[in-house]
Design a protein around this ligand. Sequence first.
Ligand SMILES: Cc1cc2nc3c(=O)[nH]c(=O)nc-3n(C[C@H](O)[C@H](O)[C@H](O)COP(=O)(O)O)c2cc1C
Length: 188
Amino acid sequence: MKGKKIGYAMCGSFCTFSRALDAIAALRAAGAEIVPIMSDAAYGTDTRFGTSLYFRSAIRQMTGREIVHTITEAEPLGPAEPLDALVIAPCTGNTLAKLANGITDTAVTLAAKAHLRNLRPVIIGVSTNDALGAAAQNIGKLLSRRRIYFVPMAQDIELGESIQFNLLSPWVQIGCMAHIVGCKFIKS
Ligand SMILES: Cc1cc2nc3c(=O)[nH]c(=O)nc-3n(C[C@H](O)[C@H](O)[C@H](O)COP(=O)(O)O)c2cc1C
């Protein structure tokens, strides 16, 4: 991953933030440069899973960069400031719906739109409790889209209601590497 610039975008699935930090740490350890991106919800919401200040500070410290969190900051992440790959993990049901339907009103969705102009991969780690409900059609749409890849997802047995990415850290890392070298590793 040395010399690769990976956009790492986080949406408002706060219960998976600590796993997302693990994925960022794994990508950094593998040598990648990380451009952190957060949706408004992810950037500014305090929840029982931790304060937004705590997560923002941790991400700034791990990546050595300011967090892209406005559409103005995200817009250059296309031809102007290209990324090698863009990871969106956790990706909420809300952001899935926007991505599937061409809505680009957050830093994450605009980063994806800008990045796809460069014909480079977007890797999505879904985390939502309506993956078999309202989000199912959006996952289906995105599965069939070129250059969009999914981290393997599974029913969250513990909660009995969520579908979330699992084994996030190794899968994101392997996914980024595979797609950068042009092989279709995750998407069948
Ligand atoms: C504590 C808490 C946990 C949440 N967890 C999830 C989640 O795991 N998956 C999800 O799709 N939405 C979850 N949400 C709802 C999203 O944060 C909400 O839909 C938000 O508008 C998403 O915006 P974004 O997609 O731009 O980040 C959660 C909200 C709260 C307050």
